[in-house]
Design a binder for this molecule. Structure first.
Ligand SMILES: Cc1ncc(COP(=O)(O)O)c(C=O)c1O
Length: 388
């Protein structure tokens, strides 16, 4: 049994989630339920593999070993029914750095890139910081969850001459696990207008039954020709600090372009812990992941139950995947600044402000439930108190 219930004191460990909020908000004693890392210890075999590397005592340059490629291929096959050849696997220090490289590799300055609204904030940032034109297509809400508006996407693609679409699969912050049918529809739309798809699949393993994750490139035999896939073991196994991620590019022309930009930026080497941690996570992670998902599901149920009975004004979007919950605070009719202020300075609890995910994130907040139940309940009590 993994001790997901155990509360660890992460303060004063130079940890972004716990230690940076005092500087940001100027207060002590805030409870962080924001940035997407978990308050759980990593799986023991991963920690053992990292320790073994340290015990070698010499930490020189280190290429990706064959055994790492095999661990990735086996994980993708076992968990996602996705066969990927070794030559199609590239490494980079993170999914966000890969997003930036993809924008540079596949578009020219001034060209338009499409993203959804709301979506993970670095999508907008990498587009704008690379001087491309940012275009958003707002997600609709149907039956309490996000759906893509294909008519709007088509309009944007045509009007703005979109060259690249960044897909968040599964979706952060909404927790949608796009179905194969939804992916097929959006893929066909992109194929029709020659739009390249960058599919960010970092949350691909955090899926709650009966929902099923589908790799975009695997939806149809032609989809690998006009898409690239970004993923990592770091989100699933709580290893964000080891900085490693994978880029799967089956189309050799696209791969050549990506590798060229990677080399121009000298971004084709990963630190030794990234390789070692990723391999150990995929080799020994099946049971740990099963237990994690069961624990996260209980936490999501806890939030649903709490809100229903204690704070019914706040509506939650029940996630089909990820450990993130999109909360709707519009019933309080507060400005985004006031909403954040009330949660932080009255409730003493830090969530991610919905407005940072795009204009349609206004009056929403993103809650991270990857923490011991005790911490989560304390956070929920603080959220409630913020509005008393
Ligand atoms: C959709 C998405 N992509 C990428 C990342 C971060 O990836 P990395 O740490 O590998 O840059 C996150 C982290 O929360 C995320 O939610």
């Amino acid at each position: 049994m993994v001790e997901f219930d155990k509360v660890y004191d992460r303060r004063n460990t130079n940890c972004a989630k716990w230690d940076s909020i005092k500087d940001t908000y100027g207060e002590d004693g805030l409870l962080p339920l924001w940035v997407a890392d978990m308050d759980f210890k990593a799986n023991k075999p991963v920690l053992d593999a990292l320790k073994k590397t340290i015990d070698q005592g010499i930490l020189g340059y280190s290429p990706a070993p064959d055994s790492l490629y095999q661990a990735i291929q086996s994980w993708q096959q076992r968990h996602h029914d996705y066969s990927i050849s070794k030559e199609a696997i590239l490494f980079n220090s993170g999914v966000v750095p890969s997003l930036a490289l993809a924008v540079q590799a596949f578009t020219q300055p001034g060209e338009a890139v499409l993203i959804h609204d709301p979506v993970y904030p670095p999508f907008a940032k990498v587009v704008e910081q690379n001087n491309r034109k940012l275009v958003r297509s707002t997600l609709d809400v149907a039956d309490g969850h996000f759906v893509m508006n294909l008519d709007d996407m088509e309009k944007q693609i045509l009007n703005e001459n979109i060259r690249l679409f960044i897909l968040c699969n599964p979706h952060n912050p909404g927790g949608r696990v796009w179905t194969a049918a939804e992916l097929e529809a959006v893929g066909k739309l992109c194929a029709k207008y020659d739009v390249l798809v960058v599919s960010d699949e970092i949350h691909q393993d955090l899926i709650f039954a009966p929902h099923q994750f589908t790799t975009f490139a695997n939806v149809h035999s032609s989809f690998k020709d006009f898409s690239i896939t970004l993923t990592a073991a770091t989100k699933t196994f709580n290893l964000a600090g080891i900085k490693n991620s994978m880029v799967f590019i089956e189309n050799s022309e696209l791969r050549k372009k990506f590798v060229t930009i990677q080399q121009q930026n000298a971004q084709d080497e990963i630190n030794i812990f990234g390789y070692v941690g990723t391999e150990a996570a995929y080799e020994h992670g099946d049971d740990w992941l099963k237990e994690l998902l069961a624990y996260l599901k209980e936490n999501i149920d806890t939030v649903a139950d709490f809100l229903k009975h204690e704070l019914p004004q706040v509506k939650m979007m029940r996630p089909e995947g990820t450990y993130l919950i999109w909360l709707d605070f519009s019933a309080f009719d507060l400005s985004d600044a006031k909403l954040q202020k009330q949660l932080v300075h009255k409730g003493k609890v830090v969530l991610n402000a919905g407005i940072t995910f795009g204009p349609h994130g206004s009056q929403h907040m993103r809650l991270n439930v990857a923490c011991p139940k005790e911490t989560l309940l304390e956070g929920l009590r603080r959220i409630k108190y913020a509005f008393e």
